[in-house]
Design a protein around this ligand. Structure first.
Ligand code: PAP
Length: 327
């Protein structure tokens, strides 16, 4: 199966267990313009295979107190946040030479719960993960993620991004998977599905708000970050992330340029040019290079019409009203 077949295959019924099929038949469902089927579980839309993995995660995951979970809505800066988290936790006195990020992709080092571990197996073996503490990632909303975490003190870091840049990033990502030019008609249908809120892991606003509210209620365990802040003030944001993760920089590290080294290691250009990310292919046949494109704030201005942007802004404004969230 190649990259594009993999994406198409997500909405089909194959390999879905009877009890999950039965649950799905009781849930709201939707078939998108590409014919992929989605259903709504706990307020979030999933392709069937992801939903099965989410259910297995909720049933079988046993948290450790030290676990760290990197979370996001897709295309919001997941790869960058994973790289920064690994770089912060695995910094050593001999600098960043032979760093794990030079031999595996951020997605290989911080595996997705429902898009890798529980997709491959309902009871994955989590004893031989490469990192300590264990690092995981997900796109599920917070209430769904938290179900098996109960009172676990594990740390959750969320990155959010301007929805218009998320849309444009997703459009390019899908086109690259299909090895095609980015077609306007595809962009229009992505905008439409975002506005309706019926798309994989959507509605976007509910995903963001679940973590925003969680971060306000429980700031010791949920950190809310913004892609735009990371771009604008990377130094301060990395210090903030390190403090939250319980691995703050020492004065010595600050003076020796450790923060800058981590930012350089995790910069888009550096990661993109590492052999592993240039030519590596993940377990699911996705090329690592596909996760690195422009990495710019406001790239949407080059692609969305004023009409599209106004419509999205109006919806987001209405949904986020009263939440205190600026985006
Ligand atoms: P995912 O949710 O599928 O894992 P994710 O990493 O969130 O994808 O999104 C990819 C975006 O992050 C791309 O944005 P663009 O399409 O607007 O360019 C990608 O370029 C950007 N990105 C990846 N790595 C970095 C990085 N190190 N620094 C900044 N942006 C990055």
């Amino acid at each position: 199966m190649n990259q594009s077949e993999l994406l198409r295959n997500f909405g089909d019924d194959e390999d879905i267990r009877p009890e999950v099929k039965s649950l799905i038949s009781s849930l709201p469902s939707y078939t998108d313009v590409e014919g992929k089927k989605l259903c709504n579980y706990q307020g979030c839309w999933y392709y069937y295979k992801n939903l099965q993995a989410v259910l297995d995660y909720q049933k079988n995951f046993k948290p450790l107190d030290t676990d760290i979970i990197v979370t996001s809505y897709p295309k919001s800066g997941t790869t960058w946040l994973k790289a920064l988290t690994v770089a912060l936790l695995q910094r050593s006195e001999d600098g960043l030479q032979n760093h794990p990020l030079t031999s595996d992709s951020p997605h290989g080092l911080v595996p997705f719960l429902e898009m890798k571990l529980y997709l491959k197996s309902s009871t994955p073996d989590l004893t031989n993960l490469s990192s300590s503490p264990r690092l995981f990632s997900t796109h599920m909303p917070l209430h769904t993620l938290r179900e098996p975490l109960k009172d676990s003190p594990c740390k959750i870091v969320y990155v959010c991004r301007n929805v218009k840049d998320v849309i444009v990033s997703l459009w390019h990502f899908r086109s690259r998977i299909e090895n095609k030019e980015a077609e306007r008609s595809k962009l229009e249908s992505i905008v439409e599905s975002f506005c309706k809120g019926v798309n994989n892991y959507g509605p976007f606003w509910d995903n963001v708000l679940s973590y925003w509210k969680g971060s306000l209620e429980d700031p010791d365990h949920v950190l809310f970050m913004r892609y735009e802040d990371l771009k604008e003030e990377p130094y301060d944001q990395v210090i903030r992330l390190a403090e939250f993760l319980g691995c703050p920089f020492t004065q010595e590290e600050i003076h020796s340029g450790s923060v800058e080294k981590i930012l350089d290691l995790c910069s888009l250009d550096n990661l993109r040019n590492l052999d592993i990310n240039k030519s590596g292919i993940a377990w699911n046949k996705l090329h690592h290079s596909i996760f690195f494109r422009k990495g710019e704030v406001d790239d949407w201005k080059n692609h969305l019409t004023t009409e599209m942007a106004d419509k999205i802004d109006m919806i987001i404004h209405e949904k986020f009203q009263g939440s205190g969230l600026r985006i």
